[in-house]
Design a binder for this molecule. Structure first.
Ligand SMILES: [Zn+2]
Length: 198
């Protein structure tokens, strides 16, 4: 039970109060304890240091972590006290994320077939020392991939819809079950379309 509570996601705001990260409650409590963050009360935006926060008595139904001598409330939102204390989460280079980045669309002709009809194309072919990376892999439909064969787009006279880059989104941000209602004060729907910066 305790461990489930400690992995609860907590929204991390940067010094400018912009959401930058989602961290576990356990990690946020450590950051609170060492002064890296303060807890934000989503109702009145008041901030709390470790000393203040750890002395707030828990009410029935509050999520708490029990230490030897007290119960500590779990924060829902914390704000960093300095810049760049939390390293950016890097987006895993995975099939799922590549599909997501490319919007399930062939990056040459723009078609949107069934997922099973999309392949991962190495822009610079492996036969020409192209690597497997965000910058060199795109989705391609079977037709485009077959036509391109072992050639670069230039050699095949094909044009990419857009330059492939490493996505900037943080994976956890838009997983619905990881969102907590109080976060909505800090994250508008339009926010999801904006690139994250740190
Ligand atoms: Zn295509």
């Amino acid at each position: 039970m305790q461990s489930v509570v400690l992995t609860r996601p907590t929204l991390v705001l940067n010094k400018a109060w912009q959401p930058v990260h989602v961290a576990t409650a356990a990690r946020c409590l450590i950051m609170l304890w060492n002064g890296t963050v303060k807890v934000v009360d989503p109702q009145d935006y008041q901030t709390y240091s470790w000393e203040d926060w750890s002395n707030i008595p828990a009410q029935n139904g509050d999520d708490v972590v029990r230490t030897v001598d007290r119960e500590i409330l779990l924060p829902e939102i914390v704000v960093l006290q300095n810049y760049s204390k939390v390293p950016r989460q890097t987006v895993t280079f995975s099939r799922r994320n590549l599909f997501r980045r490319d919007g399930f669309r062939c990056q040459y002709c723009g078609c949107k077939p069934q997922s099973s009809d999309l392949t991962i194309d190495h822009v610079i072919p492996r036969s020409q020392q192209g690597g497997s990376s965000w910058e060199n892999c795109v989705l391609a439909c079977i037709k485009c991939n077959t036509h391109k064969g072992g050639r670069t787009p230039k050699q095949a006279s094909m044009k990419l819809l857009k330059k492939p880059v490493r996505p900037k989104w943080t994976h956890l941000f838009d997983v619905p079950q990881h969102r907590i209602s109080s976060w909505s004060r800090f994250i508008s729907d339009a926010y999801w379309d904006v690139e994250l910066q740190e």
